[in-house]
Design a protein around this ligand. Structure first.
Ligand SMILES: [Fe+2]
Length: 374
């Protein structure tokens, strides 16, 4: 058996390359868009890729599964309920994929997304029981995947996590994330065991009602460019560039500087509409970070942009992304709206009407009914 976990620091994602050393047959699970790490293992080891599997339609990173499947003539696999605009092999609960004497057994574990699957890995050379499980964004190390990325269901997540925690103690847990926005409580370890998570995962001991209530608490904001990334993974758009690299340096300003800004500076608030509605820097217009890539055309390229959020973290990532895609006058506001308010400056609390992005037309703030973020 060959098993390699590949960690992507940009998005906190984990992907996997599993192969039979006997037959050379290989599978990749949740591959990143940059496929060089998988290609080099396949080439160096002489493996033949048979399956490119996405545990679900990802919303926080662009998948490389279609690219790998096409390049190697491998089968592109998702759960049979996945709704995408390209051909794939639909996997059903209990189905097994063979790689020599290895078996990847599908467990349908919805909750984070309706089509999410986990994969039990069984090495028949050693045992007819699973030694490890790839859990996607269902069971994470110290948390579970959030259910608010579209079609998610906290009650279904409870049932899925209960099913996974019913596996034997020794089964190693390899999740789809080790950090990132999919679960705020992840401890940072890239793997665990069923026994450890059953005992120490804070969600594991909760009754169904408390589990569901916990997932509804303090839902974090949707990730940067999630709308474009998900549409790309569904085959409804082709926007792989929406996956930010976070590597472009941008200048920053303090809130004092923002207060004394010259006319012509567009203050862009990238928080969720509910956060914006509770109070924003006067004159700021709202464009949630989730929608930045899909609404780029609304942003003026001939005006300085001051990007602001709550504390300065989200806005820094959004500003870096805007710089990546060619905006040359982008500045992050350090300390964000909280810093502005802490200095005793007033906030506007208008929720219904504000100026459209880069235009003079009024825009109604979008409200999608999500729980306000902290
Ligand atoms: Fe996910």
């Amino acid at each position: 058996m060959y098993f390699k976990q590949i960690l992507d620091e940009r998005c906190g994602c984990a992907s996997y390359l599993i192969a039979s050393r006997e037959t050379g047959e290989a599978a990749v699970v949740d591959p990143a868009l940059v496929t060089a790490p998988y290609e080099s293992v396949l080439r160096e080891r002489g493996f033949r890729l048979r399956y490119a599997i996405d545990t679900h339609v990802h919303a926080d990173h662009v998948s490389g599964a279609r690219r790998l499947a096409a390049a190697h003539g491998a089968e592109l696999c998702l759960h049979e309920s996945a709704t995408v605009r390209y051909a794939f092999r639909g996997l059903g609960d209990g189905e097994e994929l063979a790689l020599g004497r290895l078996r990847l057994r599908v467990l349908h574990t919805p909750g984070h997304r309706p089509e999410l699957i986990s994969l039990l890995v069984i090495n028949l050379e050693r045992a007819d029981e699973p030694g490890l499980v790839l859990t996607g964004d269902s069971l994470l190390v110290g948390d579970v995947g959030r259910p608010d990325f579209g079609g998610g269901d906290a009650a279904a997540q409870y049932a899925s996590v209960e099913r996974l925690l019913g596996l034997p103690d020794w089964v190693a847990v390899f999740p789809g994330h080790f950090e990132g926005p999919c679960g705020a409580g992840m401890c940072g370890r890239p793997s665990s065991t069923v026994g450890f998570e059953r005992r120490y995962n804070p969600l594991a001991g909760l009754a169904r009602g408390a589990f569901v209530a916990r997932l509804a608490e303090s839902v974090p904001p949707r990730p940067l460019n999630i709308v474009a990334i998900e549409a790309t993974n569904r085959g409804e758009a082709d926007m792989p560039w929406a996956m930010p690299t976070g590597s472009r340096a941008v200048p920053e300003m303090e809130t004092e500087e923002l207060a004394g800004r010259a006319t012509g500076v567009l203050v862009l608030d990238v928080r969720e509409p509910e956060e914006y509605g509770r109070g924003h820097v006067p004159g700021a217009v709202n464009l949630p970070q989730a929608d930045v890539a899909t609404r780029l055309a609304e942003l003026p390229r001939d005006r300085p942009l001051a990007i602001i959020c709550q504390s300065g973290k989200r806005s820094l990532a959004a500003a870096r992304f805007l710089a990546e895609v060619g905006f040359t006058q982008v500045t992050n506001v350090r300390g964000g709206t909280a810093g502005w308010a802490a200095a005793g400056r007033p906030l506007d609390g208008e929720v219904d009407e504000h100026q459209g992005v880069g235009t003079d037309r009024p825009r109604r703030a979008r409200s999608d009914g999500r729980t306000p973020a902290a």
